[in-house]
Design a protein around this ligand. Structure first.
Ligand code: RFL
Ligand code: PHB
Length: 396
C-alpha cells in the first residue's frame, strides 16, 4: 500500500480549480502541500461549470506551466454582444480596456490540465479523500481529519486552506461568531444545456427579453453551451429538447437574419443563483479560498476567476513566508482579496439584475433595465465600465 503523507506545510481541502491551481503554484515555488479531494478523478474532470477565463487567470496558468493546451485550443474573445428590444450591441473589450480580452476554455479542461501536471510530477493529490473535520486552527497546529479507502486518517499542517466549495466542511469548522456572512438568493435559476452543434455566434450573447434572460456561450467550435432563465425549482426533465430550442430562439430573436442552429442536447441541469461572502477569509491558521469563501451568480463569469485570484494571492503569500519568514502577505490575504471579491459581487449582481426579469417585475423596473442597456450602448464610459469588469480587473 502507498504511504500517505501525515504532515505538510499547506493542507489543501478540495481539488476543484482553486485547490488545484494553489497546489500547482505552490509546487512550482517549492512549497510543500497536499490536496485532499472527496470525489474521484473522473467526477472532478467531468463536472460541467464555468467557461470564461480572464487575463489574470490565464497568466497564472501560464506561469505554472499549465497553459499549453489552453494556448492551442482556447478561443480568444475580444467582446460580447448584449441583446434587447430585438437588436444587438457589441461591447469591444480591447478598445475599451487598453487591450484586454478573455479566453473561452472550459473549467473541466483547466482541471484536467492541472491534475495531469501534478500527478506527472508526483505531487501529493489524493482523490476519494473525504475531509470530515479540521481541528486545532487556534492552537497553531491545525490537523485535517479525513477518510480514505475506509480508513480514518489525519494530516498535520502549518496551514489549512479550505478550497472545498460552498458546501465544504472547512468554513463550517470555524466557530460561530468568528465569521460574518452576507447573502442574497435570486428568485430565478439558470437552465443550462450542452449541445453538439457549432455555436451560432462568434462571441457570447447575453439577451434581455420579456420572456426572461438567455445566454449563448460555447465550449469549442463544435459544442455550444446555452442557458435560459427559469423559475426556481424547475425540473429539467419537464422540458423537451424542442421546447428548449423554441424558447432559446424566442429569447434571442432580433430583427435581421440571425439564426440559432439546433443540435443534439447532451446535458441538462438547473442551477440556482446566489451571492454570498464570508468575512474575513481567514481564522487563525485556516484560510478560505474560492467558492468556500464567496459565491457569485454566473452572469458575468466571475466565479472561477475569483477563485483563481484568491489562490494567486495566497500562493504569493506562502512563497514569501517560505523564503523570508515574513507573514505580512498572509496577514493581508483577507483584506487584499475582499476588495476584489466585493467588486465582482457588485458586477455579477449588476449583470444579473439588469438582464433577468424577476417574477412579477413591474413595468417601471423593466424600463430601468432598458434605460441602463441603452446607456451602455450610447456611452463609451458606460460600455467601458462593463468591459473592464467583464474582461477582469488586474490581479493586484
Ligand atoms: P469547487 O469547484 O466547488 O471545488 C470544490 C472542491 O472541493 C471538494 N470538496 C471536498 N473535498 C474533500 N473533503 C470535503 N469535505 C469536500 N467538500 C468539497 C469538491 O468535491 C470540489 O472538487 O470550488 P472552487 O475550487 O472554489 O472553484 C470555484 C468554481 O468552481 C466556481 O466559482 C464556478 O464553477 C461557479 N460556477 C460558474 N462560474 C462561472 O463563472 N460560470 C459558470 O457558468 C458557472 N457555472 C458554477 C457553475 C458553479 C456551479 N456550482 C458550484 C453549483 C455551475 C455550477 C453547477
Ligand atoms: C459558460 O460558458 O458556461 C458561461 C459563460 C459566461 C457566463 C456564464 C457561463 O456569464
Amino acid at each position: 500500500m502507498r504511504t500517505l503523507p501525515t504532515r505538510t506545510t499547506v493542507g489543501i481541502v478540495g481539488g476543484g480549480p482553486a485547490g488545484l491551481l494553489l497546489a500547482r503554484l505552490l509546487h512550482r515555488a517549492g512549497v510543500d502541500c497536499v490536496v485532499l479531494e472527496s470525489r474521484d478523478r473522473a467526477y472532478v474532470e467531468q463536472r460541467q461549470r464555468a467557461g470564461i477565463l480572464e487575463q489574470g487567470t490565464v497568466d497564472a496558468l501560464r506561469a505554472c506551466g499549465a497553459a499549453d493546451r489552453l494556448d492551442r485550443e482556447g478561443l480568444v474573445h475580444d467582446g460580447v454582444e448584449l441583446r434587447w428590444d430585438r437588436r444587438g450591441h457589441r461591447i469591444d473589450f480591447p478598445s475599451l480596456t487598453g487591450g484586454r480580452k478573455v479566453w473561452v476554455y472550459a473549467q473541466t479542461e483547466v482541471v484536467k490540465d492541472l491534475i495531469a501536471l501534478q500527478l506527472a510530477d508526483g505531487a501529493p493529490l489524493l482523490f476519494e479523500a473525504q475531509v470530515t473535520a479540521v481541528t486545532g486552527a487556534d492552537t497553531g497546529r491545525p490537523v485535517v481529519h479525513y477518510r480514505h479507502e475506509g480508513v480514518e486518517r489525519t494530516l498535520e499542517c502549518d496551514y489549512v486552506v479550505g478550497c472545498d466549495g460552498f458546501h465544504g466542511v472547512v468554513r463550517q469548522a470555524i466557530p460561530d461568531g468568528e465569521l460574518r456572512t452576507f447573502e442574497r438568493v435570486y428568485p430565478y435559476s439558470w437552465f443550462g444545456i450542452l449541445a453538439d452543434v457549432p455555436p451560432s455566434c462568434d462571441e457570447l450573447i447575453y439577451a434581455h427579453s420579456p420572456r426572461g434572460f438567455a445566454l449563448h456561450s460555447m465550449r469549442s467550435p463544435t459544442v455550444s453551451r446555452l442557458y435560459l432563465q427559469v423559475p426556481n425549482g424547475t425540473d429539467p426533465a419537464a422540458w423537451t429538447d424542442e421546447q428548449i430550442w423554441d424558447e432559446l430562439e424566442a429569447r434571442f430573436a432580433i430583427d435581421g437574419d440571425w439564426k440559432l442552429e439546433r443540435g443534439p442536447i447532451t446535458q441538462k441541469a438547473v442551477l440556482p443563483m446566489r451571492s454570498f461572502v464570508t468575512e474575513p477569509m481567514r481564522w487563525g491558521r485556516v484560510l478560505l479560498a474560492g467558492d468556500a469563501a464567496h459565491i457569485v451568480p454566473p452572469t458575468g463569469a466571475k466565479g472561477l476567476n475569483l477563485a483563481a485570484s484568491d489562490v494567486i494571492v495566497l500562493a504569493r503569500a506562502f512563497t514569501a513566508l517560505a523564503r523570508t519568514g515574513s507573514t505580512a502577505e498572509l496577514d493581508a490575504y483577507s483584506d487584499t482579496c475582499l476588495r476584489r471579491v466585493w467588486r465582482a459581487e457588485h458586477f455579477s449582481w449588476f449583470m444579473t439584475t439588469t438582464l433577468h426579469t424577476a417574477p412579477g417585475q413591474s413595468e417601471f423596473d423593466t424600463r430601468l433595465q432598458l434605460s441602463q442597456l441603452d446607456r451602455i450602448a450610447s456611452s463609451p464610459h458606460a460600455a467601458a465600465e462593463l468591459a473592464e469588469n467583464y474582461a477582469g480587473l488586474p490581479v493586484f
